[in-house]
Design a protein around this ligand. Structure first.
Ligand SMILES: C[S@@+](CC[C@H](N)C(=O)[O-])C[C@H]1O[C@@H](n2cnc3c(N)ncnc32)[C@H](O)[C@@H]1O
Length: 247
């Protein structure tokens, strides 16, 4: 299925209440890899409610945040008291900017939603970067390759998306001729499944299935997630990969 605007319309309202979105350590790790500078012009693709754009803005000259969802952008715009951010509607697979426009391009948690043409979306980021410019990309991944199928099945009850492993993300960056492709892992410890499901536009029936899948996961899977099941919630360690690459 192509981009589901209705899905983002439902998600926009509660997006900023998601625990992972607000984990300072994750945002800080992402920003650290970008090595930002006051002279930099930055493009944040799939900016959503602007979390990364607002974090980067004080460190750089200007941030342009683009997103396909006008509902997500409306939430980004309503917080905008900062003069050096511009939000625009746009698709990462077809950027309207000239070649070599930006010093940095950032993309946090976007590409798993790009069901068709993710490779084109990476090529576009490469195209609009200046020579020696950096691309910073991050995605949530399963705790290990053994859990890939379980993870994909479980997520299918929440949203239509792609599952990446670390190696897939590195390969995606290399496929667009980026060099010096490096990656880091950020573990977000003890994340509440309840928070994640209640702020993610998931139907009650599917929430119940996802909770049951966690409860029924085998011992090795539970260990990999460092899972703690309490009376009214389940806590897991979420794994995020952050890739930096140079044009
Ligand atoms: C999980 S949110 C991430 C938002 C933000 N980057 C963050 O870290 O909080 C994913 C965002 O990607 C946007 N998106 C999905 N496909 C896109 C595309 N092809 N082009 C631009 N934005 C896209 C969605 O509308 C959504 O706002």
């Amino acid at each position: 299925m192509e981009f589901d605007g209705q899905f983002w319309k439902r998600r926009a309202e509660k997006y900023d209440s998601l625990e992972w979105v607000n984990r300072q350590g994750y945002t800080e790790s992402f920003v650290r890899l970008g090595r930002f500078d006051k002279s930099h012009g930055v493009l944040d693709v799939g900016t959503g409610t602007g979390i990364i754009a607002y974090t980067i803005a004080p460190l750089v000259r200007h941030v342009t945040g683009i997103d396909r969802s006008d509902e997500m952008l409306a939430h980004a715009r309503e917080k905008n008291t900062v003069k050096n951010i511009t939000f625009e509607t746009g698709d990462v697979r077809e950027l309207k900017y000239a070649d070599a426009t930006f010093d940095r391009v950032t993309a946090r948690m976007v590409y798993h939603h790009v069901l068709e043409g993710a490779e084109d979306g990476i090529l576009e980021c490469h195209r609009v970067l200046k020579p020696d410019g950096m691309f910073v990309l991050s995605e949530g991944v399963p705790p290990n390759a053994d859990l890939r199928d379980w993870y994909s099945t479980m997520f299918a009850y929440k949203e239509e998306r792609r599952t990446f492993l670390e190696a897939d993300l590195v390969a995606l960056a290399r496929s667009a001729s980026f060099r010096e492709v490096r990656h880091d892992v950020y573990m977000s410890r003890r994340m509440s499944i309840k928070n994640w499901l209640n702020n993610g536009a998931v139907s009650e029936a599917n929430k119940a299935i996802i909770v049951k899948m966690h409860r029924d996961l085998d011992a090795a899977g539970k260990r990999a997630y460092n899972m703690d099941i309490t009376d009214d919630d389940i806590f897991i360690d979420m794994k995020f990969v952050i890739v930096s690459a140079t044009k």
